[in-house]
Design a protein around this ligand. Sequence first.
Ligand SMILES: *Cc1c(COP(=O)(O)O)cnc(C)c1O
Length: 361
Amino acid sequence: MSEFPGETLYAVKANPSKWVLETLYGAGLRHFDVASENEMTLVAELCPDATMSFMHPVKSRHAIRRAYFEFGVRTFSLDCEAEFDKIMDETEHARDLTLIIRAAVSNQGAELPIDGKFGASPAQMITLLRRARPIVEELGLSFHPGSQCMDPYAWSVHCEQLSRVITDAGVDVDIIDVGGGFPVSYPGKEPPPMFRFASAIKRAFDRMPLPPHARLWCEPGRALVAEGSSVLTHVDLVRGNTLYINDGAFGTLYDAVHCKWTYPTRLIRQDGEPSSRLKAFRLFGPTCDSADMVPGPFFLPEDVREGDVIEIGMLGAYGVCMQTQFNGYGQAIEAFAADSPWASVFDNAAEPAKADWYANI
Ligand SMILES: *Cc1c(COP(=O)(O)O)cnc(C)c1O
C-alpha cells in the first residue's frame, strides 16, 4: 500500500500465515490490526518491535488485560460505553491509551457488507468522544466500508459523516482510520486501480476539520493478500457438469459457497493437452454435507476428467485461512512460487510477486 497517503496496518485475520506476516514485515510494515489473543501471540512471535492495535470493537476482559500488560498494546477500538468501561477497568485506568471509536456506516457499494454487528451512531460517538477526550492520550475515529468495496467515493462519503460528528462533538481528533475494504480483482468484480482509492481518501481527509498533527490510517486485509495464493485441488469424479473435488465449503472456498463468488480457475493435466473448448462447471466439496457445493460457474476444458488438478486463484484473503479439518479433510501442502499474481489492482502488477501455491492434492 505504498500509494496510501498515511500509515497502513495489516488486518491479520485475512491471512495469518507465517509467510504472509514475515513477507509484510520484511517489506517494512510495522503495524498490525489484531482481533484476538492468538493473533497477538503470533505477531509478537514473528514480528519483533511491531506495533499492534486491537481493532475488534468487542473484546473479552481477559484479552484486553493481556493486550495491555503482556503485549504492550495501547490502541483499542470500541463502539459503545460498556466497552469503554471494560477497557478502562482492565488497563487499570491507563493514561497512555489511544482509543479509536468505530462509526456505523452504510456498506453500500461493498460486495461483502459487514455493517450488521458493529459501529456507533453519531449521537453515541459524540458521547464517547466527550467522555474519552480528557482521559486518553490520543483519540481516533474509524469506519469499515464493507469488504471488497468497489466505489472509491464510499470513503469520501464516510469521511464527511465523521466530519459532522467531529464538528458537533467539538473535540480534537488525532487519528482517522479509514478501515479495510479495499477491493481486488475477481471474475466479474473488476475494481478501479488502487491509486483511485488512495486519491479519493487523500482529498476527503484534507477536507476534514482536524488539527494539523492529525494522522491517517488504513487497515486493509484482503487487498494485501488476496493476490498471493492459489489452491490446487484434485478432481475425484466428473458427473455431467459437476466436478467432485477435494476442497469446498469447509475448506478454502468459504466465500465461493456462502457468497456465491467465483474465482479464476485453470486446469492442470500431467499427461496430454486438455480441450481448448470451455464449459461451465459447478464444484462439489468432499464432505457429506449437502451445503458443501460451490455453484460457480467455473469455466474449464469440457473434457476435464478424474485425476486432473484445478488451480483456483486469488484465494489469499479469507480463503486459505478458512480451512477446517471437518470430515477428515483439510490437510494441505504449502509451496512457494515466484510468479506474478493472476490479476492485480496495484501499479507494479507486472513485476513478479512471491506467490503461494497452496497445494491441496
Ligand atoms: C476484517 C477487518 C479489516 C480488513 O478488511 P478487508 O475488507 O479485508 O480489507 C479491517 N478492519 C477491521 C476492524 C476488520 O474487522
